[in-house]
Design a protein around this ligand. Structure first.
Ligand SMILES: NC(=O)C1=CN([C@@H]2O[C@H](COP(=O)(O)OP(=O)(O)OC[C@H]3O[C@@H](n4cnc5c(N)ncnc54)[C@H](O)[C@@H]3O)[C@@H](O)[C@H]2O)C=CC1
Ligand SMILES: O=C(O)C(=O)Cc1ccc(O)cc1
Length: 394
């Protein structure tokens, strides 16, 4: 079922809300912005993410804090305004995207529905059973709502970190309930399509157990590893390479947001962390045995490392296909402006598509290594072209 999204309301103009807004603007969609923090809304607007939502007077000056049209505890459901009701004095969007912390999603949904803010609604919270259960408990109109979650993000918060291309080729979970209308599903599917992501329909409970494994437990594990660095010596930090950066990048995320995410998925995350803890405890005791001269303990370590290689190999590639088998071409680059641009220019000249790029740069050294991931057949082409142009390709 085709669904046209002419106007989309984004409530919560932080990293994800503003990224959604920028992606939609790039597709010619009109975007209305609301945030309880006026500074966040203004910055998003200045970044070209859309225009301020002029909420109906009854919804309050700040749409994100929209007061329900009825009293908070009224018996009627949020759908009382009727499916086609326009907000008095306000503008009604085709879809509202609620991009606020998980614990606030359902109350926002209720307030927006009571204000008649949009025809259909979704949210982008990292957990799914919590907002759906709360929305049901609060009496929201579940027919107009399909909960969702883009599996893309960054370790930074706020509109300044937003990217229009954040969702390109990424999975985006859709968790309709039995009440969700076909029209609401179509509207949210269209949103995912406009953002360039791949829709994946999944039950909310299954979603939460899955993201415990692929997102939430990895975050806590990264935090535990990064916490070791808090009192590491200057010598240790000076020797930090790309590996520790890779393993700890996501630990830079906002602790307040992450407390909300982890609390909303506590039992599934605890279960994964218990399994990780068992592996770590076994590895530590095997290493203690090795240190004590028991060479047989190396088998246990090897087993864990091999299971790690197998698990890592199962992560699908950039566009959701099978795990990628790119070849990495290492190029020595000087610490001068424009080096990376020149490297990309060579790739462009010889028609080599850069699948990924990573910079390895030790502090204090005038040189770094650019690791350029390319398709296997492109690697010799690129290596030859770089050699011919005087680049150091070890
Ligand atoms: N950070 C990430 O990488 C990802 C986050 N998410 C989910 O997206 C949602 C937003 O997260 P971020 O954009 O990262 O956070 P953020 O902190 O960058 O932005 C959240 C925004 O929501 C606003 N806000 C908070 N409570 C509000 C309320 N009741 N009404 C209106 N605005 C309110 C804040 O003022 C802030 O501007 C969360 O539910 C999170 O779980 C989903 C995918 C990735
Ligand atoms: O930083 C990254 O690479 C992430 O993948 C971040 C992320 C954080 C929370 C989500 O719900 C989804 C993705």
């Amino acid at each position: 079922m085709a669904s046209e999204l002419r106007t989309v309301l984004v409530v919560g103009t932080g990293l994800i809300g503003t990224s959604v807004a920028l992606a939609l603007r790039g597709q010619g969609v009109r975007v209305l912005l609301a945030d309880r923090d006026q500074g966040a809304m203004r910055l998003a607007r200045e970044l070209g993410a859309g225009e301020e939502w002029r909420a109906a007077p009854s919804a309050g000056a700040d749409g994100a804090n929209a007061q329900p049209a009825g009293s908070a505890g009224s018996a009627g459901s949020a759908g009382d305004a009727g499916p086609d009701a326009a907000p008095a004095g306000g503008e009604r969007a085709d879809l509202a995207v609620i991009a606020v912390p998980p614990a606030h999603v359902a109350t926002e949904l209720l307030a927006l529905q009571r204000a008649g803010a949009a025809a259909h609604y979704t949210d982008v919270a990292s957990v799914k059973a919590l907002p759906i259960d709360e929305a049901r408990r609060l009496g929201c109109d579940l027919g107009a709502y399909v909960a969702s979650h883009p599996l893309a993000g960054r370790e930074k918060s706020g509109p300044g970190a937003a990217r229009a291309d954040l969702f390109l080729g990424r999975p985006w979970a859709l968790c309709p309930t039995p009440e969700s209308s076909p029209e609401a599903r179509a509207a949210v599917l269209r949103l995912v399509e406009l953002c360039g992501a791949n829709p994946v329909e999944v039950d909310a409970g299954d979603h939460d157990r899955a993201v415990a494994v692929v997102s939430h437990a990895p975050h806590v594990t990264a935090s535990a590893v990064a916490a070791r660095l808090a009192d590491a010596s200057e010598v240790a930090l000076g020797l930090a390479g790309q590996g520790v950066r890779d393993v700890t990048r996501i630990a830079g995320g906002d602790p307040g947001l992450w407390l909300g995410i982890l609390s909303g998925n506590a039992a599934p995350v605890a279960e994964v962390l218990e399994a990780v803890s068992r592996d770590l405890a076994e590895a530590a005791s095997a290493l203690r045995a090795l240190a004590g001269g028991d060479g047989t303990a190396s088998t246990d370590i090897t087993q864990l490392l091999k299971r790690g290689v197998a698990g890592h190999g199962r992560i699908p590639g950039k566009h959701g296909g099978p795990a990628s088998s790119y070849v990495v071409v290492q190029v020595v680059i000087g610490d001068r402006p424009g080096q990376l641009a020149k490297l990309f220019q060579v790739c462009d000249e010889v028609g080599v598509n850069v699948e990924d790029v990573r910079l390895e740069h030790a502090p204090g050294l005038p040189l770094g290594i650019a690791e350029v991931s390319v398709q296997p057949d492109a690697a010799p082409v690129l290596t030859r072209a770089l050699h011919e142009r005087g680049w150091q390709v070890p």
